[in-house]
Design a binder for this molecule. Structure first.
Ligand code: UDP
Ligand code: MG
Length: 136
């Protein structure tokens, strides 16, 4: 039975600054994802704070929000069978030093904060995050 899903992906400032957005998009396409929506934007810190609200009690919250709003990002809606989990697998572990071979974070991640990509962690959050950036 097919289970086509959509998930939200963000190519974070460290990767956009290094001009890795096309390479990363190729990695998604090679895994069978369709990029159904895409935009390159820079967000303000209050928007980043809203996006990452789930992390507001964490010690890294302020730095994380400052970082996400520090320079342009590429925001995409990815579609594929079981896209949420498939994207998390392709991204790799949050800390690039723990990410498996073949993952985006293993290949391009610099550190736990500069780890190239964001991806929704559940179907429910994917809907919320897609709405956050693409409600129009
Ligand atoms: N993060 C960080 N320090 C930490 C944990 C997380 O800077 O100790 C950042 C990291 O960039 C991560 C983001 O916060 O991607 C969100 O954390 P989460 O645990 O949701 O990781 P993800 O879902 O991105 O793998
Ligand atoms: Mg997360």
């Amino acid at each position: 039975m097919s289970n086509t899903e959509q998930t939200l992906s963000i190519i974070k400032p460290d990767a956009v600054e290094r001009n890795l957005d096309n390479e990363i998009k190729e990695m998604f396409k090679n895994k069978g994802f369709s990029i159904v929506k895409e935009k390159k934007i820079q967000i303000e810190k209050p928007e980043a704070e809203k996006f990452y609200k789930v992390h507001e009690t964490k010690p890294f919250y302020n730095d994380l929000c400052a970082y996400l709003s520090s320079s342009p990002i590429v925001v995409m809606v990815l579609e594929k069978e079981n896209a949420v989990l498939a994207n998390r697998e392709l991204m790799g572990a949050t800390n690039p030093t723990e990410a498996e071979e073949g993952t985006i974070r293993k290949k391009y991640g610099i550190s736990i904060d500069k780890n190239c990509v964001h991806g929704s962690d559940s179907v429910e959050n994917a809907k919320i995050e897609i709405d956050f950036f693409f409600k129009d």
